[in-house]
Design a protein around this ligand. Structure first.
Ligand SMILES: [Zn+2]
Length: 236
């Protein structure tokens, strides 16, 4: 993306990509339904035509997010974990949409990037949106995954608590609780429940090293997947 293209054009291009992905998913679901008409289709499969979960991989492109004490960039860890969560959810027939699937951001400016993420969520109206991030703090000793939800959303609180509990299973030392927030842009602007999953602190050497490994990313992705599933079961 070295060419100077206006942010709106990039936004539009990206959006076309998202739309075609939805079409693909709907076609796939249609196939499932067609095949199933000869046998029998579970009602849950039919409902799966609609996007259930939007996975938002934080940052991207010129915005690296937090830089780890070991040099890793948050945008890369976010995407690697999000992709793992995406495939785990798909294995369970849960329809997922990603806000980004590669290293690029969604727009040239941070403001446009955030607006595009919110637009994708609001227009697709998933049951739950999950934004994946990594944390950082000035004191290196601070660590542990933590989930944030919009202060005024009871569904968001419920999803965040399930998610936090699921993440605690990955790290026995983590005593963090899901936390309310009413200032983050995405929490305020999304019209469906959104939770922000801070998977760990890149400012903590041990956690940054763990988060950089495929093995630990798998564990975190499993926990995120479980948290989502528990929430979906609770509201169904
Ligand atoms: Zn972030």
């Amino acid at each position: 993306m070295g060419v100077a293209i206006g942010s709106q054009i990039i936004g539009t291009k990206f959006y076309e990509h998202v739309i075609s992905k939805v079409d693909d998913m709907q076609n796939n679901s249609q196939n499932v339904e067609d095949m199933g008409s000869e046998t029998s289709v579970e009602s849950t499969q039919i409902e799966n035509k609609k996007v259930q979960i939007v996975l938002d991989s934080g940052h991207g492109g010129s915005d690296p997010g937090k830089i780890g004490i070991n040099g890793v960039q948050e945008k890369d860890i976010n995407l690697m974990i999000a992709k793992k969560v995406e495939s785990k959810l798909q294995e369970k027939q849960i329809v997922v949409m990603m806000t980004r699937t590669d290293e690029r951001g969604l727009a040239d400016s941070k403001v446009e990037d955030m607006k595009t993420r919110v637009d994708i969520i609001n227009e697709n109206k998933p049951v739950l949106a999950v934004s994946i991030h990594q944390n950082s703090y000035e004191q290196e000793g601070i660590c542990g995954a933590q989930v944030f939800y919009y202060t005024h959303s009871t569904e968001g609180k419920s999803a965040a608590e399930y998610m936090q509990n699921s993440l605690l299973s990955v790290d026995a030392d983590n005593k963090r609780q899901a936390k309310a927030n009413d200032t983050y842009y995405m929490l305020k602007r999304t019209e469906v429940p959104l939770i922000i999953v801070e998977c760990g602190f890149l400012s903590n050497r041990e956690e940054a090293e763990k988060l950089s490994t495929d093995e630990y990313q798998e564990k975190v992705a499993d926990a995120i997947c479980n948290g989502i599933e528990t929430y979906l079961k609770d509201i169904s």
